[in-house]
Design a binder for this molecule. Sequence first.
Ligand code: XUL
Ligand code: CO
Length: 437
Amino acid sequence: MAKAFPDVKKIRYEGPGSKNPLAFKHYNPDELVEGKPMAEHLRFSVAYWHTFRNAGADQFGQATRLMPWDDGSDSVENAVNRVRVAFEFFEKLGAEFYCFHDRDVAPEGATLAESHRNLDEVVKVLKDEQERTGVKLLWGTANLFAHPRYMHGAATSCNADAFAYAAAQVAKAMEVTKELGGAGYTFWGGREGYKSLLNTDMGRELDHLGRFLHMAVDYKKQIGFDGQFYIEPKPKEPTKHQYDSDAAACFAFLQKYDLVDHLKLNIEANHATLAGHTFIHELEFCLTNGILGSVDANRGDLLLGWDTDQFPTNLYDTTMAMLTILRGGGFTTGGLNFDAHVARESFEPVDLFHAHIGGMDAFARGLKAAAAIRKDNRLEDFLKQRYASWDAGVGADIEAGNLDFGELSEYMLKKGEIAPNASGRVEMLENILNEYI
Ligand code: XUL
Ligand code: CO
């Protein structure tokens, strides 16, 4: 098969002085940061759906992207061809992982059995290509939102058969993820939500989603899949109210349905901002609650109210994100998956390289900056000092559970007024951060 990107050679690290657009200026996979190679810290992954299936159409216009390798058909042959192209891309880029939905990689058949067969055929080629290149599967997932059968949702559909179909699809997607040695499996509740309460039994739908995930946990044990499960929060789009709207909603849901031990979160930057949070807030919330699993690395546009899925370029965000991720000890099964697509006007195959190189360099810079900030200790020392009143005296006694309201009343009546507050020094701290960006 002719190469899809004949003019692009393997992307190399050339350092910050390089003017070569097809080279890394910061991502140097083997360079050690805090004693670990950058590649192991960052675990970059390419999203199959955006990179090889999203042709650039929007609600106002047709597809723009040139994909000379794709004959536009829904044949298995075309799907297999696409896999070869995808792995040529992963290899030349130097991304160690990829992620896919079942229906991105293989066409939906006329029946469920045919869809399973199509998937099996493509998975054989995925496996061969993984072995040939060493590229690994970060996580797999099932598309439970595109087909009209899921118009009312999948696990939360009013139609019990839609739940059953989704279960069959997820079971199969988990099997192939296991077959491909996937490090994880993600649940994004594409249509698990509602538009109108007039036709929605919220309590019943939530119970069904809890049941669905328990069935997935059971099936995972049954087939011996030992990858990590993730749930990916998103507040709206496609439905007005999504049940998994943000990290806090997911955590409450996982606790209510006794699923915290089985799922971590896959935090997507653009979903965080749609929820009215920052990307970093969502990461920090997960870290604090022991549920930080993986990241869908992208960027929204704060002037647009939808999921624009742009490639991450904001160094402030990547630095803050890497600070949180490093503080948590780094990724184990998770990684940085570019759930992002090129702009509609960036229609040539080479644009895929520019986009991913930019995202990888942005996170590499964030990683280096975060490590330097941690070495400097000024931010950490400030934080420690800010909470010093909790390290001894009344603070330490409250934390230890040694005091009640009566004793605290006595303490305060005697003391009369609180110790003077210290400045939060927000601007000084922001200035320190900017020294490194
Ligand atoms: C949708 C989205 C999905 C999930 C996987 O906004 O982020 O692509 O990452 O289903
Ligand atoms: Co995503």
